[in-house]
Design a protein around this ligand. Structure first.
Ligand code: CP
Ligand code: NVA
Length: 306
């Protein structure tokens, strides 16, 4: 694995290894032990075209805990405006040891990987959010054990960046994935084809009815109905997603032991209710905390050769 632009960049064995490293590093931390400084002398340049709390803090803290450094940049870089992505990549690649970027167009990440000469990490694009998916499946491992084969996930809402990455990772780890979305917001046939190419033989279903989707599943996922950059569509989306709220009524159709995940930020009372977010099935905050551990697993493997 040279880059982590998509879950598809890592084989199932590499994904399991990263998650295993993440859990080991977390165990060490929980026991009050410092992690080995496997990134000593290394710097990660982090570039944000969109806002962030979890991703920014988890990566910066991960670099600190693994003995490295990070440099954080925002809109001032003028990616593709002040300077081409390729030129930015060539400059950064001669100064730092890794590049992580949160961008609108996924193509920018591909350009970073082509021209940077150092490992590139996708910290969210309009197309995917693989680092989130790592933390999400790590949270399911905490619940159900390291081997998730045969488990099932229902994702209720938009067939967006988060849903796509969770779907590929589920496919690669043998987890059934059902997406319930209103018409027009589901995975397109092209996305479905790509998913099946990335995770051959995966158990994937794309349906409209959220109740059918959650029946008997081990985990219910959701995300905002209006992603960053889609603010102009907010009203139309609120209309379209009526009936897709993750509330106690919907969750009651899942397995008795089912847990609920949300990548956050959550719009409470819209895609998820307070009762569910703060209720006994919610694993939303452990999931957020797992961003730190999952990012450490990823960085240790990708940049530290662990
Ligand atoms: N879940 C997630 O990526 O959160 P941020 O947008 O705050 O980084
Ligand atoms: N789908 C959301 C995820 C936020 C972490 C977005 O892209 O805004």
């Amino acid at each position: 694995m040279k880059h982590f632009l998509s879950i598809a960049n890592a084989t199932p064995d590499e994904l399991k290894h990263m998650l295993g490293v993440a859990r080991r590093l977390r165990d060490e931390r929980d026991a009050g032990k410092a992690n080995d400084p496997v990134l000593a002398g290394q710097t990660l340049a982090m570039l944000f075209e969109k806002p962030s709390l979890r991703t920014r803090v988890s990566f910066e803290q991960a670099m600190i805990e693994l003995g490295g450094h990070s440099i954080i940049m925002g809109q001032e870089v003028g990616l593709g405006k002040r300077e081409s992505v390729g030129d930015v990549a060539k400059v950064l690649g001669g100064m730092v040891h890794g590049i992580a970027a949160r961008v609108f167009e996924h193509q920018k990440l591909i350009d970073f990987a082509e021209f940077g000469g150092v490992p590139v990490i996708n910290m969210l694009s309009d197309e995917s959010h693989p680092c989130q998916a790592l933390a999400d499946l790590m949270t399911l491992q905490d619940e159900f054990g390291a081997d998730l084969t045969g488990r099932s996930v229902a994702f209720i809402g938009d067939g967006n960046n988060v849903a796509r990455s969770v779907a590929i990772l589920c496919g690669r780890l043998g987890v059934r994935f059902v997406l319930a979305s209103p018409e027009g917001y589901e995975f397109t046939p092209q996305v479905q084809k790509q998913l099946l190419a990335d995770a051959p033989g995966m158990d994937l279903e794309v349906i409209v009815d959220p109740i059918d989707a959650v029946k008997g599943v081990d985990a219910v996922f959701t995300d905002t109905f209006t992603s960053m950059g889609q603010e102009d569509e907010k009203q139309a989306r609120l209309e379209a997603f009526k009936g897709y709220q993750v509330n106690d009524g919907l969750v009651s159709h899942a397995a008795d032991h089912a847990v609920v995940l949300h990548c956050l930020p959550a719009y409470r009372g819209v895609e998820i209710t307070d009762e569910v977010m703060d209720g006994p099935r919610s694993r939303v905050f452990p999931e957020a905390h797992n961003r730190l551990h999952a990012q450490k697993g990823l960085l240790a493997v990708l940049m530290g050769g662990v």
